[in-house]
Design a binder for this molecule. Structure first.
Ligand code: PGU
Length: 421
């Protein structure tokens, strides 16, 4: 009877000192999300979190957009709403409206039914589903990602089954785009290779190609048959204008060629924890798009079956109502403007303080982040002595800064650059 005792130790337990998992090693914290873990543990009243790219108000508080609250109220008050499973591809309205948002209402690709859109788990989930689809169905398994890029990109695509290589993107000496290096590396890529492009507000550098440079990138990529995979995590957050921030993507769709786009509503609608995003694959014909969608379902079904309903319903409610949409664009512009204002305040304060260095990149860079040029040693010093939390590559989230915390950050930067070169 003893062998049937359900709580008897497993045969392997003794070997591993009591646990069958005793040989599992402690993993390091995530380079970005781990910054918040460290910040939360710090009891200092002056601590500032400039690590994660998450918008904060002037008071340093997370922001739920008013338009999101209104949409949620409408949803709660609608008794016809149920909690049934969504289809594998997600909420149909949400998918249509998301494609319109990124490609433009008058996009021929949409009108010709050449776009397969599936609701996914925010930007990350959209990238992962797109990566897995490509690994199964596309002939070239190499994806080129910019150097540097968002730290999760190489992990997402490697685990999806793609082979990851980099192309030159950022020039630390000019703190701008290494356009020659970018063109040279994409020219040398094998025909058909996949190329990950940040649609706008490049993370972590804040450096975007000009429209003229985008056009040259497009011509080169199309001439070599390179497949564009856009990561659009910041539409509306860069310039404050949703259409302006989608221009890079729209240039590639306007030429009739194929591409993938991963969209996130984490930043531009402040829906971080709702995990709402979309993957769109623009195809040559409606027939191909239908077959592509059928295969996307086979990727999604064994992964998480179907996506959550709440966040996508909020987005669809806002995008389909003229008045709510308008209110959203105003709130979005206010967030983008506050970030631009913080750039100016930080730049002015460093200049007024006489901090050595040319800090003009702070006002030239675009989007949520400033790539300060501070090195790992200086970052460690600022965290230890000033309780300023940021990623070790010197990236700061401008959205985490406020007029009240600028002087403290300037003290920290000044001390870091004058004491450690
Ligand atoms: N793509 C880029 C370029 C991003 O910066 C982020 C988020 C994502 C995709 C994924 O966003 P979702 O939340 O999945 O929609 N990057 C932020 C947020 C923290 C993180 O690393 O996930 C950042 O601080 O870089």
């Amino acid at each position: 009877m003893a062998s049937q005792n359900p709580i008897a130790p497993s045969p392997a337990a003794g070997i591993y000192g009591g646990s069958v998992f005793a040989n599992v090693v402690q993993a390091p914290e995530d380079p970005i999300l781990g910054v918040t873990v460290a910040y939360n543990k710090d009891p200092s009243p002056v601590k500032v979190n400039l690590g994660v790219g998450a918008y904060r108000t002037e008071e340093g508080k997370p922001l739920v957009l008013n338009v999101v609250r209104r949409a949620e109220q409408l949803l709660v008050n609608d008794p016809s709403r149920v909690k049934e499973y969504l289809p594998i591809t997600g909420l149909a309205d949400f998918n249509k409206l998301s494609a319109k948002l990124i490609f433009g209402a008058d996009s021929p690709a949409i009108q010709e039914n050449r776009v397969a859109t599936v609701q996914c788990l925010s930007g990350t989930g959209s990238l992962r589903v797109g990566g897995e689809f490509l690994a199964r169905h596309y002939h070239e398994r190499t994806i080129y990602i910019p150097q540097p890029t968002w730290g999760n990109h190489p992990k997402v695509f490697t685990l999806a089954g793609l082979s990851v290589k980099t192309y030159r993107y950022y020039d630390p000496t000019t703190r701008g785009l290494n356009f020659e290096g970018l063109l040279a590396d994409l020219s040398a890529a094998p025909p058909g290779a996949i190329v990950l492009l940040h649609a706008c507000a490049h993370n972590p550098t804040g450096v975007d190609p000009t429209l003229d440079q985008w056009e040259q990138i497009r011509l080169l990529m199309r001439s070599k048959g390179l497949l564009p995979f856009f990561d659009s995590a910041y539409q509306g957050f860069a310039s404050g204008n949703l259409d302006a921030d989608a221009q890079s993507v729209r240039m590639f769709v306007a030429d009739g060629g194929e591409c993938l786009t991963a969209q996130s509503y984490a930043k531009n609608m402040g829906l971080y924890g709702e995990r709402v995003g979309a993957l769109s694959i623009v195809c040559k014909s409606a027939d191909v798009a239908t077959r592509v969608e059928s295969q996307l379902k086979l990727v999604i079904r064994p992964m998480y079956s179907n996506p959550p309903i709440h966040g996508a319903s909020i987005v669809a409610t806002i995008l389909k109502d003229r008045e709510l949409y308008h209110e959203w664009t105003i709130e979005l512009k206010a967030m983008a403007d506050r970030i631009i204002n913080m750039r100016q305040q930080l730049f002015d304060a460093l200049r007024a303080r006489g901090t050595p260095g040319d800090w003009s990149h702070i006002i030239k860079q675009i989007g949520m982040f400033t790539f300060t040029g501070l090195n790992t040693e200086q970052v460690t010093f600022m965290t230890k002595e000033y309780h300023i939390y940021m990623t070790s590559d010197g990236r700061i989230s401008m959205a985490g800064l406020s007029s009240k915390t600028v002087p403290h950050l300037v003290d920290a930067i000044h001390a870091a650059v004058t004491r450690m070169k």
